[in-house]
Design a protein around this ligand. Structure first.
Ligand SMILES: Nc1ccccc1-c1cnco1
Length: 256
């Protein structure tokens, strides 16, 4: 998977060189390219923002640098001999723009994005990006554009959201997470929140690990874990329950 990030703060994306994502790049599973938007601002001061038409506080990101950056991103791929010849290669990326007015970013959406060969992230700042950039990307460059929100809160820019999304997406790319089994039982993988986990020592400051987990009966352990997941989801995220295919509701016959 190729991942491009357009930002005025490329250093913000330095963490993508670390840990799992960094290793995946070194292993050739990910090709992450961070681009400084100011390199596409061609006036003397490399201006990327200006005051909003219609008045109001703050600044809006100018369309010209974004259009130049997007052109540079997709032009080489569009129509190039390589792209045309290898039908499997995606000639254009899916453009993801983090924003508070976007569709919710969910595990299901991350899984969909993890199947894409090429993603591009546009990090807005200030009061946002001139609306004509979204139109240009879709209408002139033929890109699918998705505005995506991490939640109902306000950030200063898209970079932090991109770090979160890239981690959530990249870890689902085959080979990135060493033990794919660990992806199976996670929060949201079955529509529920994950069960509580324990490790050694079995007794710690007067608190014991639930005996069922020490017994080795995998059926009883699975049932206990399912009950704890449902309990936790009811307590913390009841909104998830309607979509979760609930079987094996909590019963009293499995002690903790
Ligand atoms: N508030 C923001 C400002 C700029 C870019 C993204 C966001 C965002 C993303 N998810 C929630 O907020």
């Amino acid at each position: 998977m190729r991942i491009d990030v357009l930002t005025i703060f490329p250093q913000y994306l330095a963490p993508l060189e670390l840990s799992l994502i960094g290793k995946a790049q070194r292993d050739g599973l990910l090709d992450v390219r961070v681009h400084d938007l100011r390199e596409f601002a061609h006036d003397r001061h490399r201006t990327v923002d200006d005051t909003p038409y219609g008045g109001g506080a703050g600044m809006v990101m100018k369309p010209e640098p974004w259009a130049a950056a997007l052109d540079a991103l997709v032009a080489p791929a569009k129509g190039s001999a390589v792209a045309v010849a290898s039908a499997s290669a995606s000639a254009t990326p899916l453009l993801i723009v983090p924003g508070p007015a976007g569709r919710p970013f969910t595990q299901a959406f991350a899984a969909e994005l993890a199947t894409r060969p090429w993603l591009a992230f546009a990090c807005g700042r200030y009061e946002g990006i001139d609306e004509r950039v979204y139109e240009y990307a879709a209408d002139d460059l033929g890109l699918r554009v998705e505005v995506v929100s991490l939640g109902d809160y306000v950030l200063n820019g898209g970079e932090v959201a991109v770090l979160a999304m890239v981690e959530a997406i990249a870890r689902l790319v085959p080979g990135v997470v060493g033990n794919a089994e660990s992806l199976v039982e996670e929060s949201h993988s079955d529509g529920l929140l994950e069960y509580p986990v324990y490790t050694k020592p079995a007794s710690w400051r007067g608190r014991d690990v639930p005996p069922v987990l020490l017994g080795g009966d995998h059926g009883r352990i699975a049932a206990w874990r399912r009950e704890r997941s449902i309990e936790r989801t009811v307590a913390r995220r009841p909104d998830l329950l309607p979509a979760a295919a609930l079987t094996g509701l909590p019963s009293d016959d499995v002690e903790g």
